[in-house]
Ligand binder design. Sequence first.
Ligand code: ADP
Length: 195
Amino acid sequence: MVRLLIVGPQGSGKGTQGVRIAEAFGVPVVSTGDVFRANVVEGTELGVQVKEIIDAGSLVPDELTSAVVRDRLSQPDAADGFLLDGYPRNVGQVLHLDQFLAGRDESLDAVIALVVPRDESIERLHKRAVDQGRSDDSEAVIANRLAIYESETAPILGVYGTRGIVDEIDGVGELDTVTDRIFAALDARGLVRSS
Ligand code: ADP
């Protein structure tokens, strides 16, 4: 039973690492970006509401995002743990999540902060734009997302840092090397993997 959050700039590899960690601990990944994109593809009411915001690389309003996460975390598969990816993304969302988890007598066990220099993330995002053609991977939108990361998301590490739950992990290197660094940090906290 483990409750984790992975944080990192766009292009830090947090999506890939998040899936690996969640698998090792036997918990679901809860990725707000994935939920929003799936809704856009399916053309749901939520999808219609968020499409333009996502395409501009801006943040979906907190109330809407937090409602989506509360819903998702209330599903049975998240009862015994989860790995959050992409939420919380600003200090307001941290407070929402705190409140929700406190209502269940829960709290986060660890926050994995992937550290990748700006130049390296930009290079990786350009490559992904070519490989995957994500609609929010254009040059101007990438710049907007990284700027929002710096101004809104990075500060959440200060909040979690005062709680002593942040593990800063060097995100530069082979995928497996980075995964091993994350496992080592979580091992050191006594968090036990199921596989
Ligand atoms: P990335 O981290 O590469 O920007 P994500 O898949 O995490 O990609 O998110 C894609 C988009 O979804 C974001 O640019 C934003 O518009 C929206 N989004 C995702 N998570 C949140 C969140 N917690 N709060 C507000 N908007 C969000």
